[in-house]
Each structure stands twice: as C-alpha cells, then as structure tokens.
Design a protein around this ligand. Structure first.
Ligand SMILES: OC[C@H]1O[C@H](O[C@H]2O[C@H](CO)[C@@H](O)[C@H](O)[C@H]2O)[C@H](O)[C@@H](O)[C@@H]1O
Length: 627
C-alpha cells in the first residue's frame, strides 16, 4: 500500500532529489538530474520497482523526524524496545561537487543514540523507472551496479549479501556508533568518483545550506512559526533549482495523482515559465538575487531563436522536446494510472506566459539585476508577436486538454505584458513603440470587461461566454488589472468565496462546471488558497487573511512540505510533491501579510522592491548581453 504523500521527506543537491519515507525507505530517486530516469520508483509502484530501505529490523515504537536547521538534511529517529537510532539522509553539495550535473550521491549515516538497535538494509536498484535490473558485482568497498548508460557504486563497511535480485544487510548500532552508506552515481563510461569521508561531506553540505538560508530577509516582526515556514519553503524552492543551468522544476516528482486512483497524473520535472517566474518573486523578495539572475539567463538561452517557436515550458537545460509517454509497467501511486513521464503541455499555447515573462523581466530590471539589452530585445519581439496573438484562444493557465478557449486570465496576462513593456519604457528610458502598446493594452482591457465579465453576477468568469468561475482571477488586483477597491474585483472575490471555497480551501475551478477534457475530480489547489489570502490582504480583510494563512500552514507535513493540492475531507495532500507553486504561495503571502507593501502590491508596480547589489549577478548579466 502506498504511503501518504505527506509521509515523505525531500533531500536534494541542486541537481536532483530523493523522497525518503517516514519508514526509512527512499522510494524516489532520479540520477543524475531531476528529469533522469528513476532508479528508485517504488513511489509509483512497489518495492520491486526500486527502493533503498534502512530501518530497524524489529518493531519500531516511535518515529520522529526533522531537518537539520537551515538545511534539507533529513534526520529520522527510530525508537525500538532495545534503543534508539537515527538515519541522517542528504545529498552532498559544495566544494566543487559535480559542476556539470553528470554525477550525484546520496549519503545515509546510521547513528546509535541509545542502547543497541538491530538494523536492516534492502537495496533494490531498478534503472529505467523500475524496469531494468542492473548487473551487480561485489567490490571490497561494497558493490558496483551497471545497466546500460548508468552505473552506481555502493560504498559501506557493512557486509552485503545478494538475495532474490536484491541487496540486503543486517547490522547493529550501539550508542555513539556511526555507520555510513554512500550511493554514488556516474555514467557507466566514466570512472567511478572517489567517495569522500561522509562526516566531512555532512559538515560541508550543512555549512553550505546554513550560509544560504541565513541570507533570507523577512520583514520584522515576523512570528517565529511564519519565519520558520518561509525559511523551509525557500530552502525547498532552492533545492528545486538545477544549479548547472539555473532552471527551476515545478516539482521533482512525476505522476503523483490529483485524485487518489484517478488519471490526472503529470510529470512536473521541467521548467514552466509561469511557475519559475512566480518562484522568482518569492526568491527576490526574500533577498536571493543570484537565483533570479541565473534564471533570467536560463530564460534568455531557452527562448533564444525564433520567438514564434517559444514554448510554455522547457527541460532543465532548455530542451524543447518533452514528449509525454505512459509507463505501463508501473501500477501508479495508490493505483493511480496511467503513470506519465514527459508532458504534453509543452506543445500547448498558453498566452498568460507572455505576461508572466514580461513581468519577470520587468521585476529583474526593477531589482537592478544588471543591464541587459538582450532581455529588452526579447521583450520587444514578444510584444510584436502578441499584437495579434492575444486575440486567439488558448489552453489557459490550467493547461486544459479539452480544446482552446478565450480564457479571461490569459487575456489579463496579455494586458500585463503590454503594461510592463510600457512601464519599462516610461521608467527606464528604454525604446519601444509605446503608443502601439498602449492601444493594445486598452483594447485588451475593454475586451475583457465586455466579454470576460458577467455584469449580472458582478464577477469575472473563466472564459468568454462561460458562467464558470476561476481562481486565477483572484490575481486581477495583484497584477494591476483592476484596483483592489474596484467593485468588479470585490465581486469576483466574493463569487469565488461562494462557489470555489471547499471546506475552507480554494478549488481552481469546478471540474463539473468547467470542461477541462479530463475525467475525474481533483483536490483543492493550494496556491489558489494562498491567492485568496493575498486578495484578503489587498481588500483590507487582514483577519480573514491570517486565518486562511494559518489554516494553510497547518496542512504542511511535519517537515513543512506542501504538495500541489489538498483534500480537506480526507485530510490528505495530493499531486506532485513538494510543489514550487504551493511554496511560492506560502512565501509571497507571508511577505504580503508582513509588510504593507509586499509582493501583491509590488507586482502591480506599486511598491519598492529589494534591490541587488551583487556584483556577480551584474557581471553575469553583462556577459549574456555581450553574447
Ligand atoms: O490540470 C491539467 C494539467 O495539469 C498540470 O499542469 C499544472 O501544473 C503546472 C506545473 O505546476 C502548472 O503550471 C499548471 O498551471 C497546472 O495546471 C500538467 O502539467 C498538465 O500537463 C495538465 O494538462
């Protein structure tokens, strides 16, 4: 039986990550990159599809876990009748570890805390998402496993044995003892990497993360639980970035379902322009400019070329072909089939991306992320294209699979695209056909208010001519399309409260009302609930905002992690995990609550932004420009 999604912890090395169950089993690991084939895929099947268990051999009386402060280093403590032992799990980082993203390591340290604990190990390596059994050879340091392009060295002083195509071991730890394990990946054509002393790696990795997380800036006075929640979300977002290129994944998992047993199962291990740009808001507002600069440069590389061929999402290195396929040999999380990898949405038209992109580049400029003519050139070409394109139907922010429509949010973000272009000219003295852009901006606004607004119900609607509501319209004030005190904005928020709130959390739309081309239902969408809290802040309903924010914090698992969705009836997290959108929502809402001029106001260009004085970011940007 599948563990609950919230029973997983997440460790990562800015290249990939692993999901570690509360029971001590690593059930998801893709090496060397987030989007590589999984070598442990038990998350979407059973132990036979690959996993690495390290846990007490006998009955466990109690389990507790935590992250080492300021890091994604996970410590799980097991209590048995005989004693206590902990397992510290991490993926090493810092000190020149793997600059190209070709290798990757998982380290596990078993420590005896009290008495004597008998431990068991089961290692089931199955490359190719649970299908390929490797050729395993014993070595004096442990074992080597090879399957086609992939190779793994498993390094430990513990004596291993092979059984039923699995590797097993039994050992014991006494108080004060420590037993190390390293799983080290390298391409099979390369020589194995030298495995460093695990305690040294632990100190180095912890030091790197602590130094990073201490740079987080949050307005005072922030209640400690909020501060801690924001810090954990930022660490999680950072751990979802791919350092070699600056790309950011929407989530590090594939096919965790939006409905248990359902078919809404997607692969999120890619860079969506939309998700990545909102992540930038969270990072920049919290003082992390380097990431914003790296992402901006990733974006310029990914979108380079014919702007007519720009995609809504790319691979970590800017790859364009993300073909969606099903993996029929995997039974799926809690039987949720099909299991999909790749993502068909890469071929969709989603016009909101123009607005998100223009907004992100405007944000970068306002945050003094270096001079960059290349970015302005790209912005100009995007607006040229959008001059006519905004009139077309699209698949919308929710990537529907039931055919194109005139989505109101998409049109609104086209308005944002022209608005930010105009503001860039007006505020930064840049050149552009600003009068044409103003005409487009006015025309889009009039079009939305005529066709995307239901005057009878006083609410914006999901798409032209439809009665359905959509939670994305909560952003109308945040992006500056409507003033927060505009009665049409208030009406939209109230309609969404009436029709999309479910047990205190927000659905993105009603699947029975808005045709999305998919069968089944889904949970409430967490980022939409944060957007409602932001709307409350803008409407001056601070008590409602705080109550909703606290309700959302309570949904996080014991490690502070959030999936994409939540089923309030079952009290279960749903969808890919951890999800950037949800954590971005948390960070931005905290900022909004904490300072009068938080991101919700900044986005509409009303407020001051933190500004980068980081010379390395400026230099990098200059280099891109010279290219
Ligand atoms: O709901 C159907 C779609 O679901 C996924 O898209 C969602 O996740 C994206 C990444 O976080 C997000 O950008 C998008 O707004 C969400 O709707 C899936 O990736 C799509 O393929 C699918 O059609």
């Amino acid at each position: 039986m599948s563990k609950a999604i919230e029973d997983y912890g997440f460790i990562g090395n800015l290249r990939s990550c692993a999901l570690v169950g509360r029971d001590g089993s690593i059930d998801w690991l893709c090496l060397p990159r987030f989007d590589s084939d999984a070598c442990f895929a038990a998350l979407l099947g059973t132990g036979e599809h690959g996993r690495w268990l390290l846990a007490p051999a006998g009955e466990v009386r109690a389990t507790s876990r935590r992250y080492l402060p300021g890091t994604p280093i996970l410590e799980t403590t097991f209590e048995t009748a005989e004693g206590k032992a902990s397992v510290t799990d991490f993926m090493p980082l810092g000190g020149g570890v793997d600059p190209d993203g070709r290798t990757g390591e998982v380290v596990r340290l078993v420590k005896g805390l009290e008495g004597r604990v008998e431990m068991t190990l089961e290692l089931v390596l199955r490359f190719g998402y649970g299908r390929t059994v490797p050729w395993v050879r014993r070595r004096d340091y442990g074992l080597r496993a090879v399957a086609g392009p992939d190779a793994v060295e498993f390094v430990t002083p513990v004596r291993l044995r092979g059984e039923d195509m699995k590797t097993r071991a039994d050992f014991a730890v006494e108080t004060g003892e420590s037993v190390p394990f390293t799983l080290s990946y390298h391409p099979s054509i390369d020589e194995p990497r030298f495995v460093d002393d695990r305690e040294v790696l632990l100190q180095r990795t912890a030091g790197w993360w602590r130094e990073w997380s201490e740079r987080c800036t949050l307005p005072d006075p922030a209640p400690e639980p909020w501060r801690e929640a924001v810090r954990r979300s930022l660490i999680t977002l950072k751990a979802m970035s791919f350092e070699p290129t600056g790309g950011l994944v929407a989530a590090p998992t594939a096919s965790l379902p939006e409905q248990l047993g359902g078919s809404r199962n997607w692969d999120y291990r890619y860079c969506w322009i939309r998700d990545a740009t909102v992540t930038l808001y969270a990072l920049v507002n919290s003082g992390y400019f380097e990431e914003a600069g790296a992402f901006r440069n990733w974006l310029l590389r990914a979108a380079a070329g014919d702007p007519g061929q720009m995609q809504i999402m790319y691979g970590l290195g800017g790859e364009r072909r993300l073909t969606e396929v099903e993996l029929p040999w995997l039974p799926g999380y809690a039987g949720s089939r099909p299991v999909r990898i790749g993502n068909g949405a890469h071929g969709q038209r989603q016009l909101d991306v123009f607005g998100e992109l223009m907004d992100a580049l405007h944000l970068a400029r306002r945050s003094h992320l270096g001079p960059y003519k290349a970015a302005w050139r790209l912005q100009g070409v995007l607006l040229d294209q959008l001059g006519e394109l905004w009139r077309e139907p699209d698949e919308g922010i929710w990537e529907v699979r039931g055919g194109r429509r005139h989505f109101t949010y998409s049109k609104m973000m086209c308005w944002v695209a022209f608005d930010r272009g105009i503001k860039a000219v007006e505020s930064f003295g840049l050149e552009g056909p600003v009068e044409d852009w103003k005409r487009s901006r006015d025309e889009i606004r009039a079009d939305i208010l005529a066709r995307g607004y239901d005057a009878e119900r006083n609410t914006l609607v999901q798409s032209y001519g439809s009665k359905a509501l959509d939670a994305s319209l909560l952003l109308a004030a945040e992006v500056g399309f409507l003033a927060a005190d505009d009665r049409r904005y208030r009406g939209t928020v109230e309609a969404i409260e009436r029709e999309l709130l479910h047990e205190g959390f927000v659905r993105r739309y009603r699947t029975d009302e808005a045709e999305d081309g998919l069968s089944g239902e889904e949970g409430t969408f967490l980022v939409c609930s944060f957007w409602l809290a932001d709307a409350y802040v803008l409407l001056g309903r601070l008590d409602d905002a705080i109550a909703l924010f606290d309700r959302l914090l309570a949904v996080r698992n014991d490690l502070g992690l959030l999936a994409e969705e939540y089923d309030p009836k079952a009290g279960r997290q749903l969808g890919n995990f951890p999800q950037a959108f949800s954590h971005v929502g948390l960070v931005n809402t905290a900022h909004n609550l904490l300072r009068a001029r938080g991101p919700a106001r900044q986005r509409a260009n009303h407020g001051a932004l933190p500004q980068s004085s980081d010379a390395s970011v400026q230099t990098e940007a200059t280099e891109v420009e010279q290219d």
